[in-house]
Design a protein around this ligand. Structure first.
Ligand SMILES: [Zn+2]
Length: 256
């Protein structure tokens, strides 16, 4: 096996370079599986190399695995932007693209939910590619917005609102990523919990200073969260709540 792998090194290095070039120009969807086989080494053997020589705690490649695991800011999964990193996700599946099984650029720190949720197939068109956090930086522009659904109980829904200067493929990719990882439901349930946590305080503010005081507080919270993370669900939620006059006048409807 050692001999076979040493002979195949060129295939793995070439695969890594062509993956990097495609990811850079957003054309990973066009890569062909047949170009990512490893000469003389089966897909199952490459998967075994990853699992026994990179993942296993005492294996020689484990330090690379660990470096990628800790590379995400605040230990947050870059795919959902919410849960903790607990594993590595192959951007292109290792069984279908065995030459990329151990390629660091194909390994993304992720939470186990995102790792499981992601389809193990390959995107069929440019807009159906999920975002690769090493290559697509969408965090400098605000794109996540929340909407307050007026009623009892109050519900917050989340949507993608792309900036005007994004091209149509990037708009589609962000919307696709948002759906593919189940982020609307994740963010909505987090928002319900957050509303319950702050409702008692909002009611106190309302008793002291009416809807204006509620709005000022919510806007302060939005500003602070926006400075930390432009597109967190918290930023979107506090922004929407602060701007919603109906909500600020009706915090008494909150359940706690
Ligand atoms: Zn995640």
């Amino acid at each position: 096996m050692k001999n076979k792998l040493e002979k195949a090194e060129g295939d793995v290095v070439r695969a890594s370079a062509s993956f990097a070039a495609a990811a850079q120009e957003g054309s990973v969807y066009a890569l062909k599986q047949e170009d990512f086989k490893v000469g003389g080494v089966s897909a199952a053997e490459m998967v075994a190399v990853y699992e026994s020589r990179m993942v296993k705690g005492t294996s020689p490649g484990r330090f690379i695995y660990d470096e990628i695991m800790v590379s995400s800011a605040e230990g947050r999964c870059p795919l959902c932007g919410h849960r903790d990193v607990s594993t590595l996700d192959h951007h292109l599946p290792k069984k279908l693209f065995p030459a990329l099984a151990v390629t660091p650029l194909n390994l993304i720190p992720a939470c186990s939910e995102c790792n499981k949720t992601k389809l193990h197939g390959v995107a069929g068109s440019p807009g159906k590619q999920t975002l690769h956090p090493y290559f697509e930086n969408v965090e400098s522009d605000p794109w996540l917005v929340a909407e307050v659904i007026e009623g009892e109980p109050v519900v917050i829904v989340f949507k993608v609102d792309s900036p005007d200067h994004w091209d149509s493929v990037l708009c589609e990719r962000v919307r696709h990523h948002f759906q593919a990882f189940g982020l609307p439901a994740l963010y909505m349930s987090q928002a319900v919990q957050e509303l319950n946590n702050i409702s008692h305080y909002l009611k106190q503010l309302f008793d002291r200073g009416g809807p204006d005081q509620v709005s000022v507080y919510l806007e302060d919270q939005a500003v602070s969260r926006r400075i930390a993370h432009v597109n967190s669900w918290q930023t979107a939620m506090y922004t929407a709540l602060a701007q919603n006059r109906w909500f600020c006048e009706n915090v008494g409807l909150l359940s706690r």
